[in-house]
Design a protein around this ligand. Structure first.
Ligand code: G
Ligand code: MN
Length: 373
């Protein structure tokens, strides 16, 4: 930038020959506008401008584009102005007329400075981001710790189409303001390696309820990763004592890994007396895969398939196919998330064995009165 147009244009041509792309501007406003819009590695400016001096311009630009390097030029060099330029942190100082080798040297030094400044800045930003992530992790760990103290179970009834209650599903809740949503809480627990603790808490509380209500059945959610927890297979655990009234729901939302160890784990659970359910069928990874791997006693059709099923022939055919297949396999079909009378009627006609959803009963405290189909 220079208010001497002839000088500016000729410098532009020289820069081009040296392999730099350049834009020539005459006024400070133009410079401001330009650096706000585009990234420049170097700004070359005359030291004495009509509107303000180059040193003030350098100060302004530092705020807008901190990694851009400045070179000041002057036809009237003085020790004072050179010192001032050094003070304000310019990358180079050139006297007019510009001497070709000096111009080249100053430009390449400025470019090096610019790269170093950019790298330093990126480094700082990286460190800042890491600090933030660390801070978030620590604060999430303490949120999680608090949330553990507020964990409790609610129970949602599951009915036969006749209206007789068959069982309840135990659902995890916590009152923590940040981790209130069960999925967030579970994700945080996984992130901090505390999923197993959650599973153990849920099973312990489920066992207390089942022991207190000898005629009731309970569906209990387990995460596929819980299958790796030896406590689940402990025949002396409180839940194992009531396993014949407990259905373990394995969600379809996380992947089950097929293999000999899975087969052995499932077999062991059945030997303890549990029945196994595939939960959220139709919402997750490999619906048919998990059916094939587990051969469940119960499947729970995800509410995404149940929603407005009465209006949607494709959903109807899907549910019909699942109930038909399940009948052949001796598997019970639960339709989840029933919210309307129309959905209830439709899934009943489509052969659902059991029904669950807000229409029939919201999750809440376990009822004192016991009654079972
Ligand atoms: O993944 P799983 O099916 O275990 O989770 C069931 C979740 O769905 C629970 O958190 C429960 O509160 C919720 N739920 C139960 N019934 C209904 C319903 O009718 N509609 C909706 N939107 N959610 C439901
Ligand atoms: Mn469930």
């Amino acid at each position: 930038m220079d208010d001497d147009v002839t000088f500016g244009r000729s410098l532009g041509r020289r820069l081009e020959r040296l392999g730099y792309a350049s834009v020539f501007v005459e006024t400070v406003d133009e410079v401001r506008e330009l650096v706000g819009r585009e990234r420049f590695d170097i700004v070359l400016s005359d030291l004495h401008l009509r509107e303000l001096d180059g040193v003030t311009l350098v100060r302004c630009l530092v705020d807008v584009t901190p990694t851009t390097r400045m070179i000041l030029m002057t036809g009237d060099p003085s020790l004072e102005s050179a010192l001032e330029a050094i003070d304000v942190g310019v990358s180079g100082y050139l006297t007019k007329p510009l001497e070709p080798t000096r111009l080249q040297a100053v430009l390449s030094k400025a470019l090096q400075d610019q790269k170093a400044a950019k790298a330093a800045r990126e480094n700082l930003q990286l460190i800042a981001r890491q600090r933030l992530a660390e801070h978030e992790r620590t604060s999430q760990a303490s949120d999680l710790e608090e949330a553990f103290h507020s964990l409790f179970l609610v129970f949602q009834p599951i009915f036969a189409p006749s209206g007789i209650r068959y069982a309840h599903e135990a659902l995890l809740r916590c009152t923590h303001p940040v981790l209130r949503r069960p999925d967030l809480f579970i994700d945080a627990a996984i992130e901090h390696g505390r999923l197993q603790e959650v599973g153990r808490r849920v099973r312990a509380e489920a066992a207390v309820v089942l022991q207190a209500h000898p005629n009731e059945r309970l569906f209990v959610n387990i995460h596929p990763d819980d299958l790796g927890d030896e406590e689940l297979y402990d025949a002396k655990s409180p839940l194992a004592a009531v396993a014949d009234r407990c259905v373990l729901e394995i969600t379809e939302r996380a992947a089950l890994r097929p293999g000999d160890s899975l087969d052995a784990q499932l077999q062991q659970l059945r030997r303890l007396g549990y029945r196994l359910a595939i939960d959220d069928l139709g919402a997750g990874y490999g619906s048919l895969g998990s059916l094939a791997m587990v051969g469940p006693e119960v499947v729970k059709i995800d509410m995404s398939l149940v929603r407005d099923v009465q209006k949607d022939p494709r959903r109807q055919r899907l549910i019909r196919a699942i109930t038909t297949l399940s009948r052949e396999e001796g598997t019970l079909v639960v339709c989840e998330g029933i919210e309307t009378e129309e959905e209830r009627v439709a899934v009943t006609h489509l052969g659902a064995d059991l029904l669950q959803g807000y229409l029939l009963g919201r999750p809440g405290e376990f009822p004192r009165q016991s009654k079972v189909a």
